[in-house]
Design a protein around this ligand. Structure first.
Ligand code: ZN
Length: 221
């Protein structure tokens, strides 16, 4: 049975996440297209009448964004969204993690699952980390080496609020990014730490994996 038929309870979330062969094949195809033309792709996860997860409403965006279409048909149930980030064209472009609007819409649109596929070229190396920074928990837990074609997923739990203020959330996001960058983290590292700090604050679980593979849980609230 598909995990996303029920409301998700943090303590009962699985260690690994796999969305089924069909959905992964569709996402892999969209990822291949993004890798070749550097335009974002998006789709919407929905449960069909039999409770099987589908990826519908495929959209093509630009190098820096894509609109999602959240309308599903009457006999389907909305679950969440998928999108890709191409390799950045300029260093400031956020690519290897969820942007502020990615996280905000995951919360405010009622997504149970927000799935992101992107390409990374940097190695993440465990830095020393001052105890003042909240994201320290990440570095105590696990630090990973990134290679190509990473997948991150946010999963809503019973601890996730239904709606939050966009202004406050964007402000928090910027403050965290600045803190990590001032401490000397690469922008990619700062982004992942910021994502994880905000998962902790807003009760979202965080999974990570490689394209074409199942994901493993990194953080449960
Ligand atoms: Zn995005």
């Amino acid at each position: 049975m598909c995990l996303f038929r029920e409301n998700l309870i943090s303590s009962r979330l699985p260690k690994t996440l796999y969305l089924g062969e069909n959905v992964h094949r569709q996402m892999d195809n969209l990822w291949d297209k993004t890798a070749s033309d550097r335009r974002e792709r998006a789709g919407t996860f929905a449960l069909d009448m039999d409770g099987n997860l589908q990826l519908v409403n495929i959209e093509i965006g630009s190098a820096t964004g894509v609109n999602t279409n959240l309308d599903v048909s009457e006999d389907e149930t909305f679950v969440g969204t998928f999108h890709t980030h191409p390799r950045p064209l300029f260093p400031e472009q956020i690519s290897r993690g969820f942007s502020n609007s990615d996280m905000l819409t995951a919360i405010n649109d009622g997504e149970k699952l927000s799935f992101l596929l992107f390409s990374s070229v940097f190695l993440l190396i465990q830095p020393p980390c001052p105890p003042l920074i909240r994201g320290t928990f990440l570095f105590k837990r696990k630090v990973w080496l990134q290679t190509e074609d990473d997948v991150f997923a946010l999963v809503r739990t019973e601890k996730t609020p239904l709606s939050i203020s966009r202004r406050n959330f964007y402000r928090e996001f910027n403050i965290l990014m600045n803190q990590y960058e001032q401490f000397g983290f690469l922008r990619e590292e700062a982004l992942i730490c910021t994502n994880l700090d905000l998962c902790e604050k807003y009760g979202l679980a965080f999974y990570r994996g490689k394209a074409k593979n199942k994901l493993e849980v990194v953080y449960k609230p």
